[in-house]
Design a protein around this ligand. Structure first.
Ligand SMILES: [Mg+2]
Length: 258
C-alpha cells in the first residue's frame, strides 16, 4: 500500500514526494538488498539449494561411516542479515563494525528460506550440525540466542566456531573433520568450502571453482549472496579503504561489454 502511494506521488511529481528522504539511487548495494528481500527468485534459489541438500543428505546417509556432520556458515547461508544492509542504505552509511555489532546484538536475524527445515531434518537423521562463522567471539551469546529463537538444531556454544585469530575457516573445519565424517558443507562464500579460494583474484577463483566442478550441489551447497562477499573483495583485489567512487571506477573497468 505504502509502495503504491509512493509510486502515485512520484508519478504526479508531487512536491511531497520530492521532500521524501534522499534516495541513494547510485548505491552499489541498493538492488542486491532489494533482491534478497523482495525477489521471489531469491527465495526460490534458497529452496533449490536446500532441496538439493536434502537429496544429498539421503544419499550420504546410505553409506554411513563414522559420525556424520554438516558444517555450515551462518550469515547469508542460515541467517538473513539484509536488515543491517538496509539500515545502512537508509542512513547513507556504509558497513561499519559498530553498525554490524549493533545489529547482531539484537539477535533478530531471520532464517534464510528453507534453512531451518533442512538442518532440523539433518539433525533428526542423526547428523551433528556445526556452525563455522566469522562473526567474532563477542557475538557468540547474541548469536546463540538468535539460533535458539529460530529453533535451529545444535544451538550450543560447543557447536559454534567463531572468529578468534584468523578469518580462514580451514583450521576450524579440520577440527571438526578430525572427529566427524563431514558429509556436506554449506556457504554463500567460497571460502566456506575450502582454503583454495582464499585471497584469490577473479581468475584464480574461477579456476578453483572449475577444479571441483562436480562438488557443487553435491558435497558443497552454495546459497546466493549478491550483496557482499569475497567475490566483491576480489573485484578490487582485496584493497581496503576504497571510497565508493574509487570502487565504482574499478568496477566499471571490469565490465564485459560487447
Ligand atoms: Mg556467509
Amino acid at each position: 500500500m505504502k509502495q503504491r502511494l509512493l509510486f502515485a506521488m512520484l508519478l504526479l511529481g508531487s512536491a511531497a514526494a520530492a521532500q521524501e528522504k534522499p534516495v541513494f539511487v547510485n548505491d552499489q548495494k541498493l538492488l542486491p538488498v532489494l533482491w534478497q528481500q523482495h525477489a521471489a527468485e531469491y527465495r526460490a534459489l534458497c529452496y533449490q539449494a536446500f532441496n538439493i541438500a536434502a537429496l544429498r543428505l539421503n544419499e550420504a546417509l546410505k553409506h554411513r561411516k563414522g559420525r556424520p556432520a554438516i558444517i555450515t556458515d551462518l550469515d547469508e547461508t542460515i541467517l538473513d542479515n539484509s536488515y543491517s544492509e538496509a539500515r545502512s542504505l537508509r542512513e547513507g552509511t556504509g558497513y561499519s563494525q559498530a553498525g554490524w555489532k549493533q545489529w547482531t546484538d539484537r539477535s533478530d536475524a531471520t532464517a534464510v528460506p528453507g534453512a531451518v527445515a533442512f538442518l532440523q531434518l539433518a539433525k533428526s537423521r542423526g547428523v551433528a550440525i556445526f556452525y563455522i562463522s566469522n562473526r567474532d567471539t563477542t557475538e557468540l551469546q547474541s548469536t546463540l540466542l538468535n539460533l535458539r529463537k529460530l529453533q535451529l538444531p545444535d544451538a550450543e556454544l560447543s557447536h559454534m566456531l567463531f572468529l578468534k585469530t584468523t578469518s580462514s575457516k580451514e583450521a576450524r573445519r579440520q577440527q571438526i573433520m578430525n572427529r566427524y565424517n563431514v558429509i556436506m558443507l554449506l556457504g554463500d562464500n567460497l571460502n566456506d568450502f575450502t582454503a583454495a579460494f582464499e585471497k584469490g583474484n577473479i581468475e584464480n577463483r574461477f579456476a578453483e571453482t572449475d577444479k571441483v566442478r562436480a562438488e557443487w550441489g553435491r558435497r558443497f551447497i552454495v546459497l546466493p549472496n549478491s550483496t557482499y562477499g569475497e567475490w566483491e573483495n576480489a573485484l578490487s583485489e582485496y584493497r581496503r579503504g576504497l571510497t565508493k567512487f574509487q570502487k565504482d571506477s574499478i568496477y566499471r573497468t571490469l565490465l564485459k561489454a560487447y
